[in-house]
Write a protein of this length. Structure first.
Length: 250
């Protein structure tokens, strides 16, 4: 079982609200299509995809003052933010379907919630069953009901971390707009074993981002038992083939 996140910054133009990066999304979905269901060694047949928001959720959430901890009880705000994410989800699904990947949507807003402490509960039975039936479930960063807050943002990275545990994933990959975690000299750090070792170079996203950029990503991955990779678009095919492109977080 592989859990792969397509970062919003990799598949959208993060600086222009609700703008797809069509070329990058095509490259990502080409890479997935050539690995999923392929014959021979290393073929991928159990895959869950999660995508982030990029320019399709962060701008909306930011305008409404909604983050992973500060929520909203305004139905219009909720429709706006969730609607932006389902629009992007439709684009991702259609590009995958065009390439014969049996992709189907799973919307976290309808399934997950946070308790009063912000702990996320995400059922995974539907995802596991869909995978067992030959589908590729495609989840996305979204809003979730949050006790005492209305609804707050859940990032794709958080969903990946939850699914990795509940599905006991063998491999976890995060594709972003960078080729991995970069050091001061913009060189890819091959391995990260502790947050302190890289805290100085880890920052937020350069674009509007309500979920914490690279620092939050690394923190979420360090909490997992399994190792995870962070890589750029060019790394997807290698990752799906069993290699460790970019940065390995363990
Ligand atoms: N040390 C670092 N190495 C690499 N990127 C970093 C670093 N520090 C901060 N960043 C920023 O983190 C960004 C990646 O995080 P971001 O949350 O934007 O990624 P994403 O998951 O692809 O997008 P989204 O959150 O929209 O799904 C990079 O584009 C870069 O601007
Ligand atoms: C902003 C929203 C609604 C989702 C963000 O998901 P992410 O891009 O994975 O952080």
């Amino acid at each position: 079982m592989i859990v792969l996140k397509l970062g919003g910054s990799a598949i959208t133009d993060k600086d222009r609200p609700e703008t797809l990066d069509g070329q990058s999304l095509a490259a990502a979905t080409d890479a997935i299509a050539s690995s999923f269901g392929a014959d021979g060694d290393g073929a991928v047949d159990e895959l869950v995809i999660v995508h982030g928001g990029g320019s399709f959720g962060h701008h909306n959430a930011s305008e409404h003052g909604v983050t992973t901890t500060a929520g909203s009880r305004d139905p219009a705000a909720i429709h706006d933010i969730h609607g932006a994410m389902t629009t992007l989800n439709e684009f991702v699904l259609s590009r995958l379907l065009e390439r014969d990947v049996p992709a189907v949507p799973v919307h976290p807003f309808s399934a997950a919630h946070r308790d009063a402490d912000g702990e996320l509960a995400l059922p995974s039975g539907q995802v596991e069953t869909l995978v067992g039936e030959g589908f590729v479930p495609v989840l996305h960063g979204d809003l979730v009901a949050h006790v005492g807050e209305g609804a707050t943002v859940v990032s794709g990275d958080e969903l990946v971390a939850e699914l990795a545990c509940s599905l006991d994933a063998d491999r976890i990959g995060l594709c972003s707009t960078v080729p991995g975690v970069l050091d001061d000299a913009d060189t890819v750090v091959p391995e990260i074993g502790s947050f302190d070792a890289v805290a100085d170079v880890l920052g937020e996203s350069e674009s509007t981002d309500v979920t914490g950029g690279m620092a939050a990503k690394v923190q979420a991955l360090l909490e997992l038992d399994a190792e995870a990779s962070i890589f750029g678009l060019e790394g997807i095919e290698r990752f799906l083939a069993g290699e460790n492109p970019g940065t390995t977080v363990q």
